[in-house]
Design a protein around this ligand. Sequence first.
Ligand code: ZN
Ligand code: FE
Length: 257
Amino acid sequence: MLQKIRILPIPAFTDNYIWLIQRGHHAAVVDPGDAEPVMDYLAHHQLQLCAILNTHHHADHTGGNLALLQQYPVPVYGPANESIPGLTHPLHENDIVSLPELALEFTVIDVPGHTLGHIAYYGTDILLCGDTLFACGCGRLFEGTPGQMLSSLNKLAQLPTQTAVYCAHEYTLANIAFALTLEPNNPALQQRAKDTQIKRAQKQPSLPSTIGLELATNPFLRCNTQVLRSAAEHHLNQVLPDEIAVFSAIRTLKNQF
Ligand code: ZN
Ligand code: FE
């Protein structure tokens, strides 16, 4: 019988999570920005690395690839359109990533915006989304346009509501504080603030989230609602023509928050 899948965060740097997906003695890691905490974890738990998955090229997500490869010559999956150290399996949208050691398959989703080649991995009610969708927030637009990021987020918003969201940073409390400035009367958001404060006070990760919770509370998935449009228009003191303009306004407000 198959052992259960476990997904654990390995903290790195100040607020990164390197997700480790484990079944039995096998494990894959997602966005290993630093090799050392991953190697320590693998050694301590006697796990065999079977794959590295990267979502985008930033060093805090790929910086550990080469050092891990020296010890574990495993396949490296990542976006075809970005430069990823040690990449062996360049991926395009709708490609399937098969990890037989974990008995898992993921489908690749293109999610440009934070970077132009950014991808997400989706399968078995698991979403690995790097710096695209955050808990109650979204990534900064370093390379893409607001329109690109909004359509990327809208793709993720269409996944089943029970999908567990594993993003790459612990930004949730700050994101909730910002969201509350736009939607102070959203009861789901108020509840999320309480729940997350308790988790963080106990030094627990706020993640994973779910698509359902994000739909109810994440301002960047709610740009199509009247309440978010009104909040953005109020802050900017101007009428916004469409959903992209609302998204863009909220992203700018968040950058200044
Ligand atoms: Zn990044
Ligand atoms: Fe990052």
